[in-house]
Design a protein around this ligand. Structure first.
Ligand code: NG1
Ligand code: ZN
Length: 533
């Protein structure tokens, strides 16, 4: 039976605020930190139950609000292989978080244990971490009360990045098996990545230092540790590393700032030399944006689409050179927000699939390829090697030195890439590897294709749930007739493309438009927004 006594006693310390409705969305629970205490307590209980349901496998809990402002916070659950919580549990998490009183919560829990067929006698283990937000420590204390109340065993992974927490979950659950993912510690993570990186760039002379904009978040201490493991193989210069300055987190810096403003963070002005590369992390270091300044002091952004193009083309080449192209099919997954020029570039080289927004959709679609590359334009993405492909790489016998070298590179990439979730630092090393192998600077990388001018706008509407889409969110089916009117507009623009969808994370409708000239992309976006409003 449920340990109702301990749940009741501890739940009373974490009352749900009245008049607030929580929702477990694409990014877990995310809102103002000041109202999240009860949610964290209940997530601790849910994590314990999820672990029991999965026979005591370790479940992860990450406390972060990613690129959101400092006063926000959030929490999400991580399933045993390091992937996002199974979607079928999202509605349970939402229902449990909204039970008003402790009594309501316990009633809901009882129902839930029946519906989800949870054997309460099973053990439960939870590993958790948080980013650098000032609200993190007390929210973690609430989480710990939840974990304790259900009798689960908790392991505190401290202040770390979202991708390291995902890594830990997978490493813990595969420990001692043939699918072992690495030692289940931060050290294990750094060793795995830095060893693979050094093998992949062994022939290279010491490169130019790479500047990292840490968004004044948890990426700063973690990148500093990574720098020690990398040593001379990749000197890192850390900027925006003030994790204790109030209000600094994600403020006019970081990956989201760069992507949405398409500008260099003002704090980096004058620090990045012409030709030098830099990159921005977001507040929990799962998104990555690259950039460089050219000789004319122009800023050039290299986003998730550019990363996908660079990486996918490189992997296709290696697979071909290794002689494995008949056995290993490489594919790319994007969303409708991918720049049309990137989709064209990639489609000429390998299969490309478009899926709806949200990492879990990209991740699942990528699992259908032998090697699946997925990136959102905003810089979140990774590469997945299927289990069968990993076995092929282990057992394949190359017949030429060239095949042997390519095979070795593929094996090392499989180690370098954090395959549980998008990981800014792992992706950064991946980009540096490809650039080193191709002898590309930012300029050559940037010229793989030229981005189509584009514009993204938000529209506040009375009820965003009226907006329903199909075809990977590229077509509206409701409100009736609206898509036809959008199509009529698009037709008038050279290279025009536009779509409308409700946001999954904000109470707005998003309008995206592309056209061959910037002014036209802007105009198309605003005219489509005019139809939506
Ligand atoms: P929504 O709010 O559903 O558009 C945003 C991003 C997604 C994804 C999620 C989760 C855009 C246009 N949308 O989703 O790509 O990152 O947040 O954080 O960037
Ligand atoms: Zn993030």
């Amino acid at each position: 039976a449920l340990p109702t006594e301990s749940i009741r006693a501890l739940s009373d310390l974490h009352p749900k605020p009245a008049q607030i409705r929580f929702q477990y969305g694409t990014a877990g629970f995310r809102t103002l930190a000041s109202v999240l205490d009860s949610v964290l307590f209940r997530v601790g209980v849910i994590a314990g139950l999820r672990s029991k349901r999965l026979d005591g496998k370790t479940i992860g809990v990450m406390v972060t609000a990613s690129h959101n402002p400092e006063q926000d916070n959030g929490v999400k659950l991580v399933d045993p292989r390091g992937e996002m919580l199974d979607t079928s549990w999202e509605i349970y998490a939402t229902a449990l978080s909204n039970a008003q009183t402790t009594d309501d919560f316990i009633l809901e829990l009882d129902k839930f244990v029946q519906t989800a067929k949870i054997d309460l006698s099973k053990p439960a283990r939870v590993v958790y971490a948080r980013d650098t937000r000032p609200s993190g420590a007390s929210l973690v204390a609430a989480l710990e009360d939840g974990i304790k109340s259900i009798g689960a065993e908790g392991r505190n992974a401290g202040v770390t990045t979202t991708p390291i927490l995902h890594y830990l979950v997978r490493a813990i659950n595969t420990k001692g098996t043939k699918e072992s993912y690495g030692d289940d510690s931060e050290d294990g993570y750094f060793l795995k990545l830095s060893n693979a990186y050094k093998k992949l760039v062994s022939a290279r002379q010491t490169p130019q230092p790479l500047m990292i904009d840490c968004a004044n978040g948890v990426g700063a201490p973690i990148a500093a540790k990574l720098a020690e493991y990398l040593g001379g193989s990749l000197p890192l210069v850390l900027e925006n590393a003030s994790i204790t300055t109030p209000g600094a987190l994600n403020n006019a810096c970081g990956a989201d700032y760069v992507k949405t403003t398409q500008k260099l963070p003002p704090s980096l002005a004058g620090r990045l030399r012409p030709g030098q590369r830099g990159c921005s992390l977001d507040g929990d270091a799962d998104r990555l944006m690259y950039f460089y300044i050219d000789e004319r002091s122009q800023f050039h952004m290299l986003d998730g689409d550019k990363i996908a193009a660079l990486v996918a083309a490189f992997i296709v080449e290696l697979v071909k050179t290794s002689g494995l192209d008949s056995q290993i099919k490489v594919g790319v997954v994007q969303t409708a927000y991918a720049n049309g020029a990137s989709t064209k570039y990639l489609s000429e080289r390998l299969p490309v699939r478009c899926v709806q927004t949200g990492v879990k959709h990209l991740h699942h679609a990528a699992e259908h390829f032998n090697i699946g590359v997925y990136f959102e334009a905003n810089g979140h993405g990774t590469v997945l090697f299927s289990q069968a492909t990993q076995e092929t790489l282990d057992t394949y016998e190359p017949s030429t030195p060239a095949q042997s070298t390519a095979l070795e590179h593929l094996r090392n990439l499989n180690q370098l890439i954090n395959q549980t979730v998008g990981d800014a630092l792992s992706d950064m090393l991946l980009v540096e590897v490809v650039l080193a192998h191709k002898a590309y600077s930012g300029i050559e990388w940037d010229s793989l294709y030229v981005d189509l001018p584009n514009r993204l706008v938000k529209v506040v509407v009375a009820d965003r749930n009226q907006f329903k889409t199909e075809d990977a969110e590229r077509q509206l089916v409701s409100p009736a007739g609206l898509q036809q009117r959008i199509n009529d507009l698009i037709r008038r623009y050279d290279g025009g493309r536009s779509f409308v969808r409700p946001s999954g994370t904000e109470d707005v409708v998003r309008v995206y438009a592309e056209a061959s000239i910037k002014a036209q992309a802007d105009e198309l976006a605003f005219r489509v927004a005019g139809l939506v409003y």
